[in-house]
Design a protein around this ligand. Structure first.
Ligand code: E4P
Length: 217
C-alpha cells in the first residue's frame, strides 16, 4: 500500500520523505490556505521534493474552466495528478485530462456508485473520504470495501486512495481491504511508528546493555 501525505506544508513533507516511506502528496484548497503560500509556488516545490504523484486541485465548477485549470496545473511538473471533484463536470474533465495522458485524482467521493463513475471516466485515483463519512455516522471503511469489490469485479485499474484518514485504525483497515493508497496527515504517520511496548522494550534493552559494558562500535 502506498503512503501519501495529506498536506501542503513543506516541512512536514520533508519529515515524511526522510523516513523513506513517502510515495506521494495530496493537497486541497483548504490545505493550501493552511500552508499560507502561493499555490503554484508551493505545488512546484512539493513536486520537486517528492518522486511520486502530487495532487493539485482545480477550483472551477464548469468543465471548460476546470479543464484549463487542470492543463495549467499539469504543466507544473511531470508528477502532478490533477484533482477534480466528483461531479458531472469533474468527470468530463477527468476523461479529457486522461486522454492527454495526465494523472487525475477524483476527490470528494462518498458512495461506491460515485467511485464506479470515476473508474468509468478513467480516473487514475479515486479519493473516498472515510473520516468525513464517520463524522456523520456512517462507516467510512465499508465504502472502501465496496469500492474494492466493484473495482475487482470489473478489473478497473483506478487506484483506491483512502482520504480523510483520521487515525492508524483507518490505515490498518485500508491495508486489510487492499486499498492501493492512503493519504494522511503527518500526526497519523508519526503514530504508525509508535507503541508503548516498543518504547518500554527499548528502554529495558538500553539499561541491560549499559550494564554489560560492551560496545558494538
Ligand atoms: C485528500 O485528498 C482530502 O482532501 C483530505 O484527505 C480530506 O481530509 P479531511 O477530511 O481531514 O479534510
Amino acid at each position: 500500500m502506498k503512503f501519501f501525505l495529506d498536506t501542503a506544508n513543506i516541512d512536514e513533507i520533508r519529515e515524511a520523505n526522510a523516513t523513506g516511506l513517502l510515495d506521494g502528496v495530496t493537497t486541497n484548497p483548504s490545505l493550501i490556505k493552511k500552508a499560507g503560500r502561493e499555490f503554484f509556488e508551493v505545488i512546484k516545490e512539493i513536486a520537486s521534493e517528492v518522486d511520486g504523484p502530487v495532487s493539485a486541485e482545480t477550483v472551477a465548477h464548469d468543465h471548460e474552466t476546470m479543464l484549463k485549470e487542470g492543463l495549467k496545473c499539469a504543466k507544473i511538473a511531470d508528477n502532478i495528478a490533477v484533482k477534480v471533484p466528483l461531479t458531472i463536470e469533474g468527470l468530463k474533465t477527468c476523461k479529457a485530462l486522461r486522454a492527454e495522458g495526465i494523472m487525475v485524482n477524483v476527490t470528494l467521493c462518498f458512495t461506491a456508485n460515485q467511485a464506479l463513475l470515476a473508474a468509468k471516466a478513467g480516473a487514475t485515483f479515486i479519493s473516498p473520504f472515510v473520516g468525513r463519512h464517520d463524522d456523520v455516522g456512517f462507516n467510512g471503511m465499508e465504502l472502501i470495501d465496496d469500492i474494492r469489490t466493484i473495482y475487482d469485479n470489473y478489473q478497473f485499474d483506478t487506484q483506491i486512495l483512502v482520504a480523510s484518514v483520521r487515525h492508524p485504525a483507518h490505515i490498518l483497515e485500508s491495508a486489510r481491504i487492499g486499498a492501493d493508497v492512503a493519504t494522511f496527515p503527518i500526526d497519523v504517520l508519526r503514530k504508525l511508528f509508535n507503541h508503548p511496548l516498543t518504547a518500554n522494550g527499548l528502554a529495558a534493552f538500553d539499561k541491560d546493555w549499559a550494564a554489560t559494558g560492551f560496545s558494538i562500535l
